[in-house]
Design a protein around this ligand. Structure first.
Ligand SMILES: Cc1cc2nc3c(=O)[nH]c(=O)nc-3n(C[C@H](O)[C@H](O)[C@H](O)COP(=O)(O)O)c2cc1C
Length: 143
């Protein structure tokens, strides 16, 4: 098996409805290809981890790179793996923008994500890099 993680910048702020439609398609496709992972969206930036069969993950990544909804897609880690980090998630998702109009709620959500990242013990370097990037990203205060 294989895993990769990349970061990118959203071309425009995605509404919850647009994000839901993206996730719906992604989850259906990933399930059929036995791909799992996690997507974080915060302040117009994405970080995503994908894992599964090498050829399938690379094919999906090639498609994602071409997606006009984001730019500056940068792969920052990849690995051969034996164990998945998100075995039960077609695509786990952490929305952290307009769905949290309440500042307190957003802070709570961020704390939960950091807590989660401390509980999950990464079994490969790419998962480790994914969490470091996520933590760095959400450490930035919202606008
Ligand atoms: C940030 C981001 C993450 C995405 N993640 C996935 C994903 O995990 N799985 C998936 O099938 N499509 C994902 N997509 C959507 C693909 O880029 C593409 O639109 C989708 O696979 C449908 O491709 P098609 O229109 O060529 O069939 C993502 C798009 C973006 C912008």
């Amino acid at each position: 098996m294989y895993t990769l993680t990349y970061e990118s910048t959203a071309v425009k702020t995605l509404t919850s409805a647009e994000m839901e439609s993206l996730l719906d398609k992604a989850r259906t496709h990933n399930k059929s290809e036995n791909i799992t992972g996690c997507l974080i969206y915060y302040k117009g930036k994405f970080v995503q981890l994908l894992e599964g069969d090498k050829k399938k993950v690379q094919e999906l990544y090639d498609r994602i790179v071409e997606d006009p909804r984001h730019k500056k897609v940068t792969l920052f880690s990849e690995d051969e793996i034996v164990k998945r980090t998100f075995p039960n998630w077609g695509m786990a998702y952490y929305p952290m923008d307009d769905e949290h109009p309440n500042k307190y709620e957003l802070e709570q959500f961020k704390r939960n994500l950091i807590l989660l990242s401390d509980l999950i013990e990464p079994t490969n370097l790419t998962a480790k890099h994914f969490w470091i990037k996520t933590k760095t990203m959400i450490a930035e205060p919202p606008k």
